[in-house]
Design a protein. Sequence first.
Length: 131
Amino acid sequence: MLEIRNILVPIDFHQHSEALVDLALFITQKLGAAQTTFIHVMPQLPDYSDYKPDTLKQLEASFLAHAESKMTALMETVKGRAHGIDGVVVSGDAADAFSRMPESSPLISSSSPPMALRASKRCCSAVSRTG
């Protein structure tokens, strides 16, 4: 049987996120996964030529900071519920975000499929060392 060591859970912080978190942690425990990473991808704002570039950068930074605070809050709620939980907030296209995960990421291991997962920014951690 295939050993599942790392679980990647996309999350959007909408109304069903709490149920998604509960399900992801249940699956983590049932499969005995060592690492569960929640990832939120912030879409990049389109580049409008009639706006000041600084204004768009400030707005994007504000959105990113808000997403990181939501991820930090999520990590606080899951602390102690499973081993090896962390959260990542990245900016860009959702499909491209996975291709930016660093090779050294705990999401990539020698037994993982050859899919290249990369994150541009690690946000938060809620690592539990129970038992």
